[in-house]
Design a protein around this ligand. Sequence first.
Ligand code: BEZ
Length: 211
Amino acid sequence: MSIQLGDEAPDFTSDTTEGTINFHEYLGDSWGVLFSHPKDFTPVCTTELGTVAKLKGEFDKRNTKVIAISVDPIDSHNGWVPDINETQNTTVNFPIIADPDRKVADLYGMIHPNASDTATVRSVFVIGPDKKVKLTITYPASTGRNFQEILRVIDSLQLTAQYSVATPANWTDGEDVIIVPAVSDEAAKEKFPKGWNAVRPYLRVTPQPNK
Ligand code: BEZ
């Protein structure tokens, strides 16, 4: 059974480029992004890990720790990191898990045998401070991820964890949000003092509450 939203993120202890890490301890009270790539020394993966390194400040702002993984061994990761740094003009500033025995890949269902028997697909798991899985996305090996989208989802998850709102299609931080249908108009008057526009009784649009 694959990991589903609301499940506890399985814990593990593994070798990484920053030493042995226990996953839950590493996350502490932070949010987390665990993301797999198919293989070291491959072009798309090289751009992805460089991109995440450049976005580390954005993840930090969101109290979010990132950690990468593939089934390559630690010597391979350590040999590849200087290439990422040089070619992507950055410094890898987050751990990369070495999972040659596929312990973590199997725990998280990151190997999809009909795509590849040996390599992890491009999985993304966003994990909340309660260690529950909040988002899963799977991309094929041939498509590099849009990490701005991962940041956007984290913004939405963090906002909707605090307020009784949901975020509409293509929403980005600072834009109007939707009052969830479970909140009555009566209760909304107190929760959303800026008011709202009822496009339909079930579609009430309000300014982002924390802006
Ligand atoms: C890549 O990172 O470029 C890649 C890895 C595995 C399959 C296809 C592309």
